[in-house]
Write a protein that binds this ligand. Structure first.
Ligand code: ATP
Length: 256
């Protein structure tokens, strides 16, 4: 994105923000409370339309990103509100994420329409493989209701990954996780970079510093620093922005 600005009424949430997620890299977006992180994530997902600036994806300009078109563009996301279907199994939840064509297959199978079986099986295999990669294959036949929050987060991640995106957008992947779970999710994210780019918006410095190749720091809607984790960590503007902030390095559990 280039020169993106967003205002809510008189309040400027993003001002002239430019950033790029290079192929096969992890970009972290951090900043104190109210810095504009969620707004930026929502712009990238098409939930918020910028008042100014340009959105580019794979050499093409997109004046209007729409959430339901993301999958078709090769972009997947997870949200803090995980949005799982409680009455479908974990496997079915993941299958739902497989993009427009596959979704047709999935729904046609639910409606028992003819001609779906082979595609359906292939999709179930793909979904199963992603669950396996995320270490939750044994839960494929469970419904998400009653599963612990960190596991539910993995199901949501699996649903994003089954579409085999080129860009994965993660909203606060560490929220609600213990230190150990956070380290595991960090490793999982790093392991994705052979196939895709990742942009994550995150509060927890530990995860951002250990997982990201590049970091963009927002404060009051502006980019105040960018660079490698070790550069950003020492940046005086970043230290000043976080002064007085409760930087959650050792998170406790919280709700979604
Ligand atoms: N829909 C909205 N309507 C009005 N103001 C909004 C809206 N969304 C965000 N804001 C304001 O825009 C600014 C940036 O908010 P945003 O949620 O993007 O920041 P953030 O960095 O994600 O904050 P946090 O870390 O607290 O979630 C804040 O001042 C916020 O109050």
């Amino acid at each position: 994105m280039a020169g993106v600005s967003v205002a809510f009424g008189g309040l400027v949430a993003l001002s002239d923000v430019s950033l790029e997620v290079p192929p096969n890299r992890v970009l972290g977006v951090i900043g104190p409370n109210g810095a504009g992180k969620t707004t930026l994530f929502n712009v990238a997902c098409g939930f918020v339309r910028p008042d100014a600036g340009e959105l580019w994806w794979r050499g093409e300009r997109h004046d209007r990103l729409r959430p339901h078109r993301l999958a078709g563009l090769g972009i997947a996301r997870t949200l803090q509100d995980l949005g799982l279907f409680e009455h479908l199994t974990v496997l079915e939840n993941v299958m739902v994420g497989a993009g427009r064509h596959a979704r047709t297959t999935f729904w046609s199978s639910l409606l028992a329409l003819p001609g779906h079986t082979r595609e359906e099986r292939a999709l179930a295999d793909r979904a199963g493989a992603v669950l396996d990669r995320l270490g939750i294959a044994d839960l494929a036949d469970r419904t998400p209701a009653g599963l612990p929050y960190p596991v539910r987060k993995r199901v949501a991640l699996a649903r994003a990954l089954v579409a085999e995106p080129r860009l994965l957008l993660l909203d606060e992947p560490a929220s609600g996780l213990s230190g150990e779970e956070m380290a595991e999710i960090g490793e999982l994210i790093r392991g994705l970079t052979d196939r895709m780019s990742v942009m994550l918006v995150e509060h927890h410095m530990d995860l951002v510093m250990s997982v990201c190749d590049d970091i963009v720091v927002l404060d009051f809607g502006r980019v105040i620093a960018r660079g490698r984790p070790e550069e950003v960590r020492e940046d005086p503007a970043v230290l000043a922005a976080y002064l007085g902030e409760d930087v959650p390095a050792e998170p406790g559990r919280s709700t979604c």
